[in-house]
Each structure stands twice: as structure tokens, then as C-alpha cells.
Design a protein around this ligand. Structure first.
Ligand SMILES: Nc1ncnc2c1ncn2[C@@H]1O[C@H](COP(=O)(O)OP(=O)(O)O)[C@@H](O)[C@H]1O
Ligand SMILES: [Mg+2]
Length: 451
């Protein structure tokens, strides 16, 4: 092993990084110590005296190994934020907090620079031709709970947000693919894409030994916007009716579905599509019962709903958002609802997330989200009961979606119920692993939906 990091042959001591990585919000197996293997790295051309390396780290802790992108910056002097620790006199930082990394990252995209490295290479690419480079005055990491890491850039030009995908996958990332397709079709329900970074790395699991996928996605940043979850929660806590907003959200969701159906592949739901979807639901039921055994009592009723759904008439399969909830929408002044984060559910395999699916999955996701508002108020110990608020919002969302899509959701009752139960079963597993004190929300919803 050689040090310093700028020299060829440098190897990051992975043992050293394990405790830090185990604590990161984006690490799927949080709390456990990762078992790491470095399969490659990329050098970010840095404008100053920091050495910036994007480490590609395979975690062998559970089942199928997961690949993470871990950009680190190495400096002689520690920065005030993002400092991880001292390594042989080098101060190592979580690079998104280092302005030199942030600048190099956006610069690579705007100037379409190639990135070289060890067993990996990459390049920035622009989404359109109008994204002229602009001076960056200030960058900061988005605060708050996030499963990826986003950097916001504000300067004299228009502000930009760059999302670093922490978990890497072969293939086009649906977040980039779908939002780029929507914006290209003229949709204003997503932020305008600016560009991305695509890389190739070695992958023993693929026949040609190489994988290629997105590392980062740059989009227009919408200042002054508020997270849909916070907007809805504030309304529910104050007892302010949310029907108008919920109806508009239903209309926006239907619009996104219509554009995705018009610009990307669709097909009538085949017997196979239905069988695969319902088999997925039944498998989730098993997993949820393993995490929350009291759900076994609801199992017959859930199974009956899944059986009814299997016999129902399904709408066409198409590309969908895949993880639609209030935390994935922004209330934007003078623009209305804007939808972000089309990456799909983090616990699902990427090939599943890039396939065609039922638009009713998104509808169910948003219905669950209104219920989560009421549930989170209930577990907060507040004296307010937001259940009626949630029911009104759910009805308004359904009406807005139905009117704009021409799809009568009430006549799809069994199907919507099945997708909603399916989502609540997914949430059960997610909460049991990540936020056990929130577990009563999906479990309570399943009990209500089945009685
Ligand atoms: N273009 C944008 N403008 C303003 N805020 C944004 C934008 N994109 C995302 N955000 C905010 O960042 C949060 C995280 O973004 P998201 O794409 O959902 O990342 P993650 O995959 O980590 O969940 C969003 O919930 C939203 O509040
Ligand atoms: Mg998100």
C-alpha cells in the first residue's frame, strides 16, 4: 500500500472506513459493519489542493453484494464539515461536503469531461444543448433524511441540484431515464434535467465482465419549494382541508402517467403480468408476516383481496414512478406540484424497477402517504385525530386522478385495494428494519383495510 492518495497504487484501507460507512443513512444495512471490497475508483480532477477519489465499494454483508459509490476527499487540513478522520496525516472527508469535489462534479457534467480511474472510467454528459456552464458561487449538501446524497449549487446563474446515486446498478437509472423523457415531452411536472455522469466498472456477475450505469444526475433546483410531506403534515396538524391540493396532485400524477405511456413502451396487461404482480404481492405478505407476526391474523382477508385482484381487469402496463408518496413531490410557487425521485422502491431489484408496471401502484402509493400523515400524527402523541383529514385527501386525490386519466378507480376497487395492501406490506418490512417506532402505521392500515 502506498500513501499519499494522489500517487498511483494508493489503496484506501477499507477496515478504516467500515465504522463510518455503517452509520450512513444511505447504507442499506445500516448498523452492521460493511464487508468491503474496492472494485475500482475514479479520479475527480480537482481544481485546488484536495485529492478527490470516487471509490466503488462492494459490500458483501448480505446475500447479493451491493455496490456503493463513496467519494472521498483527502486534504492536509480538515474542513469544518464532512470530516471522517485522520489517515496517516491526511484528513479524509465525505466528499459531497468538500466544495472542490462539488465543483469538479458539476464541472464534469457541464463540460462533458471524461473521468479516468482504476478499473473504471466515466464521463459527464448534458441532457440538452442549452445547459451552458455557469459560475458556481456556493454548494451545500441537502439536509434532511435522504437515501442518496444531493448537492445544491447556487450562484449567479440558475440553481442546480446534483443527486449522487449511492447504490450503483448496471443499466440506465430510471430516475434519469424517466425524468429526461418527461421533460423532453414538455412536462413541467418534473424539474428540467441538466445532465448526468455515466461510468463503467468491472462486474464479475456479467458475461462481459463490465457494468455501465449512472453515478449522478443534475437537474434544475427549485428554490422556494416545499416538500409535499411537510405541506400536507402542516395542513393536517392545523386541521386545514387538503382536498384542493390532493385533487391537483391526482391530476399531476395522471398527467405524468399519460406522458410516460405516450413516450415509452406500454402493453396490455397479460396473464403473465398479472400472475407475476400477484405473486410479488403474496411474497411480500410472507415477508411482512415474518417482520410483524401479528399480521398473520389478517392473512386470509389479504389473500382474498389478492385473489379478487387476480381475477379483475387490469389497466395497461407502462413505466411508472414506482415509489410515489408525499415526500417525492414538491409544492413549487407558480408551478404547482412537481414530482421527483423516479428511482423506484429502494428494496426492489433494479431490473424490476425498470420494467413495465401498473399505474395503480403509484395511485396506491399516494393513498398510503395520506394515511401516513394521519398515522404519524397519531404516534406523535398529538391530541388531533387526522383520520378524517386523510380520508378527504384520499378521496380528492382519487377523484382528481380519475377525472384526468379517464380511469374510474372505483370500478377498479379490488385492484386498488390489492395495490394498497401490497404497499402497506412493503412499508411493514421497511419500517421494521429502519424505523420500528413507525411500524404501527402500516400494520394498523392493514388491519383497517382488512376489516
Ligand atoms: N429539483 C429539486 N428542487 C428542489 N428540491 C429538490 C429537487 N429535487 C429533490 N429535491 C428535494 O430533495 C429531496 C430528496 O430528493 P430525492 O430525489 O427524493 O432523493 P432520494 O433518492 O435520496 O430520496 C426531495 O424530497 C426534495 O425535497
Ligand atoms: Mg426521495
Amino acid at each position: 500500500m502506498t500513501f499519499p492518495p494522489a500517487e498511483p497504487g494508493f489503496a484506501l484501507p477499507l477496515e478504516w472506513l467500515r465504522p463510518w460507512m455503517s452509520e450512513q443513512r444511505w447504507y442499506a444495512n445500516r448498523g452492521a459493519l460493511p464487508v468491503l471490497e474496492e472494485i475500482g475508483s475514479l479520479r475527480m480532477p480537482s481544481p485546488g489542493d484536495a485529492t478527490v477519489i470516487v471509490h466503488l465499494l462492494l459490500d458483501h454483508t448480505v446475500g447479493k453484494p451491493a455496490l456503493y459509490q463513496v467519494p472521498l476527499s483527502y486534504r492536509r487540513q480538515a474542513l469544518r464539515v464532512g470530516w471522517i478522520g485522520d489517515l496517516h496525516g491526511w484528513q479524509v472527508h465525505d466528499a459531497p461536503h468538500d466544495p472542490e469535489f462539488a465543483q469538479a462534479l458539476l464541472g464534469a457534467i457541464l463540460e462533458q469531461r471524461p473521468l479516468t480511474g482504476d478499473r473504471a472510467s466515466g464521463a459527464g454528459q448534458l441532457a440538452g444543448t442549452d445547459a451552458a456552464s455557469e459560475p458556481i458561487v456556493h454548494s451545500r449538501v441537502l439536509s434532511g433524511e435522504q437515501s442518496n446524497t444531493s448537492i445544491i449549487y447556487e450562484g449567479s446563474g440558475r440553481p442546480i441540484i446534483v443527486k449522487l446515486f449511492r447504490a450503483l446498478h448496471h443499466g440506465e437509472n430510471p430516475d434519469v431515464e424517466l425524468q429526461t423523457a418527461l421533460a423532453a415531452a414538455g412536462s413541467t411536472a418534473v424539474p428540467n434535467p441538466v445532465g448526468s455522469i455515466v461510468a463503467t466498472w468491472s462486474d464479475r456477475g456479467r458475461s462481459d465482465g463490465r457494468a455501465r450505469g449512472h453515478l449522478a444526475f443534475a437537474q434544475e433546483y427549485l428554490p422556494g419549494s416545499t416538500d409535499g410531506w411537510l405541506v400536507a403534515l402542516a395542513a393536517a396538524e392545523a386541521g386545514i382541508d387538503f382536498s384542493t391540493e390532493a385533487r391537483e396532485l391526482g391530476i399531476a400524477t395522471a398527467g405524468v402517467h399519460a406522458t410516460l405511456a405516450a413516450t415509452l413502451p406500454t402493453r396490455p396487461a397479460t396473464a403473465d403480468d398479472v400472475a407475476i404482480a400477484v405473486a410479488g404481492m403474496r411474497a411480500r405478505l410472507e415477508r411482512a408476516i415474518a417482520e410483524a407476526p401479528r399480521l398473520a391474523a389478517c392473512s386470509p382477508a389479504i389473500t382474498a383481496t389478492f385473489d379478487r385482484a387476480e381475477a379483475a381487469l387490469w389497466p395497461a402496463q407502462q413505466r411508472i414512478h414506482g415509489d410515489l408518496h408525499l415526500g417525492q413531490v414538491l409544492a413549487v410557487p407558480d408551478r404547482g406540484w412537481v414530482i421527483v425521485d423516479f428511482e423506484g422502491e429502494p428494496l426492489r431489484a433494479m431490473n424490476e424497477r425498470s420494467g413495465l408496471d401498473s399505474p395503480l401502484r403509484d395511485v396506491a402509493g399516494m393513498l398510503r402517504s395520506f394515511d401516513y400523515i394521519a398515522g404519524s400524527i397519531a404516534i406523535s402523541g398529538s391530541s388531533r385525530d387526522a383520520r378524517d383529514w386523510a380520508d378527504a385527501a384520499r378521496a380528492a386525490f382519487t377523484a382528481g386522478y380519475g377525472a384526468a386519466s379517464g380511469r374510474d378507480l372505483r370500478s377498479n376497487g379490488a385492484l386498488v385495494d390489492a395495490f394498497e395492501l401490497d404497499k402497506a406490506l412493503y412499508e411493514t418490512v421497511y419500517e421494521a428494519r429502519n424505523r420500528p417506532n413507525w411500524l404501527p402505521i402500516p400494520v394498523g392500515a392493514i388491519e383497517r383495510l382488512t376489516t
